[in-house]
Write a protein that binds this ligand. Structure first.
Ligand code: PLP
Length: 364
């Protein structure tokens, strides 16, 4: 990223954009022509999907099982659409049967939006089934896989997903500021068939495409964050070098090892094994322990940051990320030993060393 900044229409830069598009197609497992990185964080990718696919008066089914689903609803409403909410309890995946019932009840539904990997709860939902269901009802699918990409299988073409957005700073381990997106031909056709202009000039796909897509001449739309894109290319090259399957296996192994350690420590996991994300583990903090003080201790004394919980879980749980370059045995073992010693120092009951031994056994 510290390489010299070149012009946003320099032929060398245009070649770099093309290289990034190819690498993103690999990461997303898609042949979609319209695959690129939005100049903005994951939230910008989310907004791009909604503002381009929805017009005032459209109906959209929004699945909510955590914080990020709520933001999708907000996007739908700000586009002048009507959000039909299918909500599930925190810690549960999206209930496919209830989405099917909502589609039957609302046959004019334009799109179904859901979060593949809910970072607020550590839950994975069944993207393949949800996308196929939308398609079977003539609706488009919008998938948030900001935390999924590079950490768990994302298979855009196999899913038949229509608009998918991600981020750079989760399992790609690239600094924040870009949002990889991909759109199916069906999604592009829906954008072309709009009766009204996209209300956001900056995120209007038909304008952004002139900059990111096409052979030869590209025209200026905005100045891409050139150095941030150097970083994304490097992160994607590292992912390709490792191989997607190997990256998924690594995340799965580290997630299991962390879970084994947490359980050995006598702490509870908030999410069932069957749909727990390996890259984001929600751990119940023991009764009577100030969970925020434990986090402060980890940060101050071990340079180790774990997340607090959100919503109804705030103050009662931690969110531990093992994403991208932090999904390593060293991170797992350091986190477990630091957490365990912090808990013992704070007066919690835990047998010293149990967590690390259990995690080591799981890794072996
Ligand atoms: C982080 C995240 C986002 C938002 O990404 P930003 O880069 O913070 O804008 C959206 N959805 C999910 C599931 C996320 O984890």
């Amino acid at each position: 990223m510290a390489q010299p900044t070149i012009g946003h229409l320099d032929p060398v830069f245009v070649a770099l954009m093309d290289e990034i598009k190819d690498l993103l197609r690999y990461a997303f497992q898609t042949s979609n022509a319209l695959t690129f990185a939005v100049s903005g964080p994951g939230s910008a990718g989310m907004e791009m999907c909604f503002v381009n696919l929805l017009e005032p008066g459209d109906e959209a089914i929004v699945c909510i099982n955590g914080v990020f689903g709520t933001r999708m609803k907000e996007n739908v409403e700000r586009c002048g659409g009507t959000a039909i909410v299918v909500d599930d309890a925190w810690g549960e995946p999206i209930d496919v049967d209830r989405v099917a019932a909502a589609l039957k009840q609302h046959p004019k539904t334009k799109l179904v939006a859901f979060v593949h990997a809910e970072t607020s709860t550590g839950v994975q939902s069944d993207a393949l089934t949800l996308c196929k269901l939308a398609q079977a009802h003539g609706a488009l699918s919008v998938v948030d896989t900001v935390t999924g990409l590079g950490g768990i299988p994302v298979a855009v073409d196999q899913w038949g997903a229509d608009a998918v957005y991600s981020g750079t700073q989760k399992c790609l381990s690239v600094p924040p500021g870009l949002s990889p997106v991909t759109f199916s031909d069906r999604a592009v056709a829906a954008v072309r068939a709009r009766r009204t202009k996209v209300q956001s000039w900056f995120l209007d796909l038909s304008l952004v495409m002139a900059y990111w897509v096409g052979d030869g001449a590209r025209s200026y739309h905005h100045t891409a964050p050139v150095n941030a894109l150097y970083g994304l290319r490097e992160g994607l090259l590292m992912l390709r070098e490792e191989g997607l399957e190997s990256a998924w296996t690594r995340h799965a192994r580290m997630g299991s090892a962390l879970a084994a350690g947490i359980t050995a420590m006598g702490l509870g996991l908030q999410v069932d094994d069957a749909y727990r994300l390996p890259q984001l583990t929600v751990v119940r903090s023991p009764e009577g322990i100030d969970e925020a003080a434990i986090r402060r201790d980890l940060l101050k004394n071990y340079d180790l940051e774990i997340g607090g919980a959100l919503g109804a879980w705030a103050g009662k749980a931690w969110r531990i990320g093992l994403m991208g370059q932090s999904a390593t045995p060293r991170h797992v073992l350091t986190c477990l030993s630091a957490l365990e010693s912090g808990l013992i120092a704070a007066g919690a009951k835990a047998s010293a060393g149990a967590a690390v031994s259990a995690a080591r056994a799981a890794l072996a």
